[in-house]
Design a protein. Sequence first.
Length: 349
Amino acid sequence: MGIAKAKKELNWADLGFQYRQTDFRFSATFTDGVWSQGELVSSPVIAVHEGAPALHYAQQCFEGMKAQTAPDGRVLLFRPDLNSERMNQAAGRLLMPEVPYELFMRGVEETVRANYAWIPPHGSGASLYIRPMLIGVGENLGLRTAKAFEFRVFCSPVGPYYKSAGMAVISLAVSDIDRAAPAGTGAFKVGANYAGGLLATRQAQALGANEALYLDSATRTFIDEAGSANIIVAMTGNRLVSPKSNAILPSVTRRSVMTLAEQYLHMQVENRPINLREEIAEFEEVAACGTAAVLSPVGKIWVDGQWRKFYGDGEKVGPVMQKVYDLLVGIQRGELADENSWTYEVKID
Ligand code: PLP
Ligand code: COI
């Protein structure tokens, strides 16, 4: 296929985090125990049977990745092997077939390449969000696994998840709603975890916060994560701490940030349960991190009926989060040396 080289005429810098239809998406199907080769298709509509287990029993999972344009024009993914691995963990948990790494990568790369015109240029601050998904299709009524599955990859150019110029300082409100049970599906990127959180987000927004902050559902003591991102905390004594929990998503961004903080900022990094009320006095800076959220500093948290503020009276980006953000984004955009070989070039020609 000839690839359209001319970029779309979009106001890239003004993009928000919204779906925008691009030209092609990739689709492969699993029937009778075998994956099809897969192909690019142009329709954004999936026709599924009304009995599809994805619709009734949430037998589905998805991933979130970004492609960015480097200063020299190369198109870079960030650690796509970890997204493939995580999709297969979710597939295993929900009795769906694994998507072989080769098929996953071919779907992602073909989608990115075919939509080259939609990849935001370097320096625009925007990126191409990629959404691989795996859904149980075909007819079904009883609670059992689907007979057929579709693996699909679509993409959309996006700007910041929390709209603002540069790094947005956001706020979180501790939720009374639980996101995931202790031995439930919290550690897997499955749609079922998200519908239940819509109400929690709405309640957090009614309090003036951007998002809900979930505590562990067994004791409501330890930080789990936010609705769409993991949490990291810079604490007194040059420490960067992230919550350890069986019920949170193993964020690619969080794992990367912790490595960078140790490697380049020589911080003491800890992955352990964080007791919110007992430790909050030691919080210097807090951030939410994820593919969509990138690294969003959290200025304040609503807990037990009051706002607890962090760096700069809850209004400013602190020095640790600024440094970590600059390292992460610099590597993702191909501006800084990628010493860990985390970026993956999608060859366009
Ligand atoms: N936690 C939740 C609930 C998410 O939806 C996401 C987004 O993918 C993350 C954390 C961050 O994960 P990652 O950094 O791999 O995007
Ligand atoms: C991502 O960051 O990729 C996600 O999937 C979060 C989603 C709520 C937008």
